[in-house]
Design a binder for this molecule. Structure first.
Ligand SMILES: Nc1nc2c(ncn2[C@@H]2O[C@H](COP(=O)(O)OP(=O)(O)OP(=O)(O)O)[C@@H](O)[C@H]2O)c(=O)[nH]1
Length: 600
């Protein structure tokens, strides 16, 4: 049927559709039906930019994918690309749909089961107390995760003696023992050959998971938890079929152990290389410079802490810097010594030959004087006078030559002095070229640039977030003015130590100059980085600083921002700096985040 063209026909048809489709008579529905009935295409809706902006600010950035899409949306809104913003929003919505809702039914069933069972050490009152704590979680995901962990801890606790009958299997004697109270005893029971072998293997597996794995995985809480979980499954599996079902789990666990072993092997190789480097260059590391003492202390700190590839890498770079600086110092020093020695030797030689010349002149003149006194007539004197004249001219020439040579030597000494001053200046400059700040041992600007390039590259490849913060100590000038420059320096070292101690290994702290510091937080969105900085502020107020035996409270103001793909360090620091300035202006001891659309 052709579309009606008369307005009254269109209106009639629209009303009919309202009735048949049971639609509420809203203006939107009327507009939609009007365009459907008349066949006139609806004009493009204007993009509700203001609304989408408000929405974008509220979107949770709780996974790296969602953070990426939310960022894409922010960028599209900033440059007015409505179609890209629409697409980003649609993908964000899909990511919400893709997420599997937590399986509450299974969890509640397991909670009931474990509530009813009686486990050693878990009274009803204690269970209730833990449950109440878990129920205080702020959102469903956290609640689900915490509840799951609680139920798991109940299920892994040994059963209270006398409440469960021992499993009817040859391995029962060992399985009934609480894992942590006695070393499991491996016993092959010969019910049948295969059954006995299986039971023995099961025991070996339990022994590995419960006694050996915790020792080797002491620094790996996640794997230790998995091993405990896995041993609980093995304990529950009482026959060959059930054991087979967990073989897949075992393979996965073994694979993760293999990865860990690989990492550890790499750490060991790194350590060995480091030691080798140290041993090879030990003769060069004769510390006679205060700066190098500080670097060596930092190096000792690094090597003294639990090892990680990042720390070893850091230590290796520090050591290379020390070797470089020390060898330069030594080289310059011996060069300067050699040229001074040479000049001194030349000068002494010259003095000696001048002394020789003048003493032989004196001898000759004396001899001439004797000959003049002994002369009987004037003709004899004439010859002697000629000789006196010759000797005098010769000594005059010699004196002139000596004077010129001495002048030249003095000139060379001046040049050598200038060269040494230049060498010293170059050496001082070279300390700026190394990657670490001399006072605090943190990365300096150059070190920060290298690390930033690495982190930004990693964030781009993995589509991760990277937050960047700029910290500035509050009222630092007052510390200097009241307690002296040394106290100011100590305050900088104090702040660096506290902040470092409270960072994750993957975070980076650098000194940007003066009382400013930069922090890089990889894989961290703005909210998380904001929370981390507020935590740092709290830690800093706890660890008080002493100057002139007085407790001084050190606080900082910080600006924080998210790095956008492709952005340079300068660009991102500019935004962080503006946010920090905002924090200073609005009262100090604050953290201000700079988003795309301004400060929050
Ligand atoms: N002791 C010490 N002082 C430094 C160092 N670098 C910079 N300063 C001093 O730090 C002070 C910084 O002062 P301002 O920029 O006025 O900052 P402030 O007093 O912290 O004030 P707000 O930033 O507004 O809280 C100056 O007096 C610098 O001389 C350093 O390495 N050691």
């Amino acid at each position: 049927m052709p579309a009606p063209t008369q307005p009254s026909d269109i209106a009639r048809e629209v009303l009919r559709l309202f009735a048949s489709r049971r639609l509420p008579p809203t203006p939107d529905n009327f507009r939609t039906l009007y365009h459907e009935v008349s066949g006139i295409p609806a004009p493009d809706e204007p993009f509700p930019e203001k609304f989408v902006r408000t929405l974008a600010r509220q979107l949770p950035r709780d996974t790296s994918e969602r953070a990426r899409l939310a960022r894409l949306l922010d960028q599209a809104l900033a440059v007015g690309k409505a179609d890209v913003a629409r697409q980003a929003l649609a993908e964000y919505y899909d990511s919400l749909k893709a997420e599997r809702p937590p399986a509450w039914n299974e969890l509640i069933a397991e909670l009931l089961r474990q509530w009813e069972s009686r486990q050693a050490g878990w009274t009803v009152a204690r269970k209730r107390e833990s449950l109440e704590r878990v129920l205080a979680a702020s959102d469903p995901q956290t609640l689900h995760a915490r509840l799951q962990a609680l139920v798991r801890s109940w299920s892994q606790a040994p059963a209270e003696p006398g409440t469960t009958s021992p499993p009817d299997m040859p391995v029962q004697a060992v399985a009934a023992k609480p894992a942590e109270t006695a070393a499991p005893e491996v016993r092959l029971v010969a019910a049948s050959e295969t059954g006995g072998l299986l039971a023995g293997l099961r025991e070996l597996l339990l022994l590995t998971l419960e006694s050996i794995a915790p020792v080797f995985l002491a620094d790996q809480p996640e794997l230790t938890r998995d091993a405990a979980e896995f041993s609980a499954s093995v304990r529950r599996a009482q026959d060959a079929g059930a054991l087979q079902a967990i073989a897949k789990q075992l393979r996965k666990f073994a694979y993760r152990l293999e990865m860990l072993a690989g990492d550890r092997a790499e750490v060991h190789t790194g350590l060995l290389n480091l030691l080798r480097l140290l041993l090879e260059n030990i003769d060069q590391i004769v510390i006679d410079d205060q700066w190098l003492h500080g670097q060596m202390d930092t190096l000792r700190d690094i090597v003294g802490n639990p090892t990680s590839l990042r720390m070893i890498d850091d230590a290796e770079r520090r050591l290379k810097e020390i070797i470089f600086k020390q060898s330069q110092l030594k080289h310059n020093h011996s060069e300067a010594q050699r040229s001074l020695k040479k000049m001194l030797a030349g000068f002494v030689d010259h003095l000696a030959s001048f002394a020789d010349t003048t003493s032989s002149y004196h001898d000759r003149i004396e001899e001439c004087a004797d000959r003049i006194s002994a002369a009987r007539d004037i003709s004899e004197i004439g010859g002697v006078l000629d000789e006196v004249m010759r000797e005098t001219l010769a000594i005059r020439d010699e004196a002139r030559r000596s004077r010129d040579e001495l002048r030249a030597t003095r000139e060379r000494v001046r040049e050598a002095e200038a060269q040494m001053a230049e060498m010293q200046r170059a050496l001082d400059e070279s300390s700026h070229l190394v990657r670490h700040d001399q006072l605090t041992g943190l990365l300096n600007r150059r070190g920060l640039e290298e690390t930033f390039d690495k982190e930004a590259g990693r964030a781009r490849r993995h589509h991760n977030t990277l937050s960047v913060a700029l910290l500035d100590i509050d009222n630092f000038k007052k510390i200097n003015d009241t307690h002296g420059h040394q106290a100011g320096d100590d305050a900088l070292v104090h702040l660096a130590r506290i902040v470092r101690a409270n960072l994750r290994p993957q975070d980076t702290l650098a000194r940007h100059g003066g009382e400013e510091f930069i922090l890089l937080y990889p894989d961290t969105d703005l909210d998380q980085a904001h929370a981390a900085l507020v935590r740092l502020q709290r830690e800093l107020t706890r660890a008080f600083f002493l100057a002139d035996d007085k407790k001084i409270l050190i606080t900082f103001s910080a600006g924080i921002t998210a790095w956008n793909p492709g952005e340079t360090l300068d660009a991102v620091l500019k935004r962080a700096d503006a946010a920090m300035y905002e924090a200073k202006e609005t009262g100090k001891n604050k953290v201000v985040a700079a988003g795309m659309g301004g400060f929050t």
